[in-house]
Write a protein that binds this ligand. Structure first.
Ligand code: UD1
Length: 359
């Protein structure tokens, strides 16, 4: 039988999660293949992460690109099936909650190949989020479920996943953060945008926030109110770019928009900022470890540990200006909690378990 481990990545948030797992398996001499679905393809959404994170170049790029959820997921499945059939890996590893994750879990499980899901068990309980559908279905199909937090383990138990399949390993994305901490440097972007020492970082790309102008309008108003008080650097994800442009937000003198920035530059900006405002999942976790106050512009989070054991709080358009003013007045915390096992060793724990699983 094959002892090949095949990793499926495709979208920006996958890469910092996969990097430490690939490295730790490589240290153990495990045969691996890295597949890139091509869900993200711009240099600053994909290739820059491979250069910065020491991820090996993908062995295969399926080149599927953008599309509706059905067409993108279907294109990944069709292209990936041929690759999996040819290599017959012993284990397919999938990461997070993007369409590439779900597509790969479906392909592998239908071919009778074991699936391991890294970042299993997160739940927003919000079925309007495509990511929630991807998480739940992927976890249902997975043979091994690697959880980043205790609440995720509990959700899986509540859904009837047998405890034997679940491993609480910590957070591999935080492995990547801690490994590159010394290289974080936002100075190029700050200089280019003429930012002072005190600034906030904002990101906005979730369909529920940017796709509908009626939903976006109050957020634009709230962000403008914050930008009246503090400069905001806003790396614009391609998904929301046109709508944000049309909304007039980018014309505000306190909003400093830029293209998406590289990993070490982005986290350099975050690490030195007074405040982060975001609708991203991963950034809630990164700010928690960096001790940067995070205001999450969403009605819910699948990462509640960043609220209970971190620096995150949920805000609405209505509450954002006042909450931001309060956070700015208080300043950054001197000490703050960090969730259990977010210690830089999740990749090693996963690799140790994968080796045992492969027997
Ligand atoms: C995907 C993930 C989301 C994650 C986000 C991070 C799903 C369902 N969603 O959302 O969970 O937070 O990635 O970035 O998988 N585009 C480009 N260049 C690219 C990639 C995308 O211009 O390299 C544009 C295209 O117009 C595309 C749109 O962005 O249609 C959306 O891309 P897509 O991958 O479908 O979803 P994201 O919004 O990036």
């Amino acid at each position: 039988m094959s002892d090949l481990v095949m990793h499926i990545t495709g979208a920006r948030p996958n890469f910092p999660k996969a990097a430490p797992v690939v490295a730790a398996l490589s240290d153990r001499g495990v045969a691996q293949k890295l597949v890139h679905t091509g869900q993200h393809y711009d240099d600053n959404m994909s290739a820059v992460f491979f250069r910065e994170l020491g991820l090996p170049q993908p062995d295969v790029n399926l080149g599927v690109g953008s599309g509706s959820h059905a067409s993108q997921t279907a294109a990944i499945m069709t292209a990936l099936e041929a690759v999996v059939l040819e290599d017959r890996p012993a284990l397919v590893m999938v990461y997070g909650d993007v369409n590439s994750t779900l597509a790969a879990a479906l392909v592998a499980s239908k071919l009778g190949i074991a699936v391991a899901h890294v970042e299993a068990g997160l739940r927003s309980f919000d079925w309007t989020m495509p990511e929630e559908i991807n998480r739940v279905v992927t976890d249902r199909l997975a043979d091994r479920l690697y959880a980043t937090s205790a609440d995720a383990v509990a959700h899986l138990g509540n859904e009837g996943v047998h405890a034997d399949k679940i491993r609480f390993v910590g957070n591999p994305m935080i492995d990547t953060l801690l490994a590159h901490r010394d290289r974080f440097d936002g100075s190029r972007v700050r200089d280019e945008l003429g930012l002072t020492d005190r600034y906030a970082v904002a990101t906005l790309h979730r369909p529920g926030n940017v796709d509908d102008p009626a939903a976006l309008a109050p957020l634009v108003q709230a962000l403008s109110a914050v930008a009246d008080e503090v400069d905001i650097v806003l790396p614009v994800h391609p998904r929301g770019a046109a709508r944000l442009e049309q909304s007039g937000l980018l014309a505000h003198p306190g909003i400093h928009a830029t293209d998406p920035v590289a990993y070490t530059e982005f986290l350099g900006l975050v690490a030195d900022s007074a405040l982060v405002i975001t609708d991203s999942g991963g950034i809630q976790e990164e700010t928690t470890v960096l001790g940067v106050p995070c205001l999450t512009l969403r009605p819910n989070t699948e990462r509640p540990v960043t609220i209970t054991d971190g620096t995150n709080q949920l805000v609405t358009a209505a509450s954002l200006p006042e909450t931001a003013a309060k956070v700015l007045a208080e300043g950054r915390p001197v000490t703050w909690p960090v969730p259990p096992l977010w210690d830089g060793h999740a990749g090693e724990r996963i690799a140790r378990d994968v080796v045992a699983l492969l027997g």
